[in-house]
Design a binder for this molecule. Structure first.
Ligand code: GDP
Ligand code: MG
Length: 326
């Protein structure tokens, strides 16, 4: 990195797309000093509204994302779009159709699109998405849309940090209420039944609304259900009025919640510990010793773990004793 982080950040905040790309790439690749880069970015972040768009493959997430992006751009909002495809190291996370759609909207003013194919990425998918989101936020984007490829645990983790999560479903997908995976329902702030031009959309929307009426939502509003056809532009006005409301609300609240901050610190610490442990055990050969013993039927994974753990952790009693002292 020839330019200083400060220069790069200043350039990207003045609208340099090149600087923004460079900054993201440097952090994604964990280039030397990336921590310093993120530290410098942090104070500029916190005002973008982050919207997660998740749902099974083929539900119409990309089509909806481009429709939403176009509408928001028309409203004068600047956007960052992150397409997260954790499984595809080759395509850059984008199928041909997606790429064409994205090319189309990427020419609109104020829109910056980034695909991430980051399974096994250096910082982990969730952290990588969070870093990229934060950089886009600091560059001055009003809204950041994060589209996931599916609805697995990775995807849920990725969108969990969003201000608002849209779950996109479609009729005839076998995506009935019974099969929506545990954990997916809980994170959704809005249910979008897309492909409403097809049969079964009304039934599906009623089914979801009925189910939601049985759930307790203590700390947040009951999620709305909206029917859309991204292709035929049905229900888009209703969807946009929900999203516009969210963006407006978000602009008023600048600070992240304390749970959010706590979780992020814990994740950073855990990831670093895990990295150090793996690095250390691989280096000093102790891990292989344990593996050999187990394969020779002279030990077992429990004994091995109990033997290795004290190399890294002092007894928890000693730790808590120190913490508690005034
Ligand atoms: N009939 C119908 N097809 C749609 C609609 N929205 C998207 N599709 C089609 O569904 C397919 C998958 O869409 P895509 O946006 O790539 O889904 P994603 O995998 O969730 O991102 C594409 O062939 C789209 O043209 C819709 O509202 N109605
Ligand atoms: Mg897609």
């Amino acid at each position: 990195m020839e330019r200083s982080w400060e220069d790069l950040i200043q350039a990207m905040r003045q609208g340099s797309v090149r600087a923004l790309s460079q900054m993201i790439t440097a952090v994604e690749n964990r280039e030397t000093g990336w921590h310093e880069g993120m530290k410098a970015v942090y104070p500029f972040s916190g005002s973008a509204c982050v919207i997660g768009i998740t749902g099974s493959p083929g539900a119409g997430k990309s089509t909806l994302t481009s429709v939403i992006a176009r509408r928001m751009a028309e409203q004068g909002l600047s956007l960052g779009i992150i397409a997260v495809d954790p499984s595809s190291p080759f395509s850059g996370g984008a199928l041909l159709g997606d790429r064409l759609r994205m090319q189309e909207i990427s020419t609109l003013p104020g829109i910056f699109i980034r695909s991430m194919a980051t399974r096994g990425s250096l910082g982990g998918l969730c952290q990588a998405a969070r870093d990229v989101t934060r950089i886009l936020d600091a560059s001055g984007k009003d809204v950041i849309l994060i589209e996931t490829v599916g609805v697995g645990q990775d995807e849920i983790d990725v969108v969990r940090a969003s201000d608002f999560v849209m779950l996109v479903l479609f009729p005839g997908s076998g995506d009935g209420i019974q099969v929506i995976k545990a954990g997916t329902m809980e994170i959704a702030d809005l249910f979008v039944v897309n492909k409403a031009d097809r049969d079964g959309a009304d039934e599906m929307a009623s089914e979801i609304a009925a189910m939601l009426s049985l759930c307790a939502f203590e700390d947040r509003p009951v999620p709305q259900v909206v029917r859309t056809s991204a292709l035929n532009r049905i229900g888009i006005d209703e969807l946009m009025s929900v999203l516009t409301g969210i963006v407006r609300e978000r602009k008023k609240r600048r600070l992240p919640g304390s749970d959010e901050v706590r979780e992020e610190i814990l994740e950073l610490v855990e990831r670093e510990i895990s990295r150090l442990v793996r690095q250390d055990l691989a280096k000093n050969g102790r891990l292989q010793q344990s593996v050999d013993l187990i394969l020779a039927k002279k030990s077992d994974p429990y004994t091995a773990a109990a033997r290795l753990l004290p190399l890294f952790v002092r007894s928890s009693g000693a730790c808590s004793g120190q913490e508690g002292r005034p």
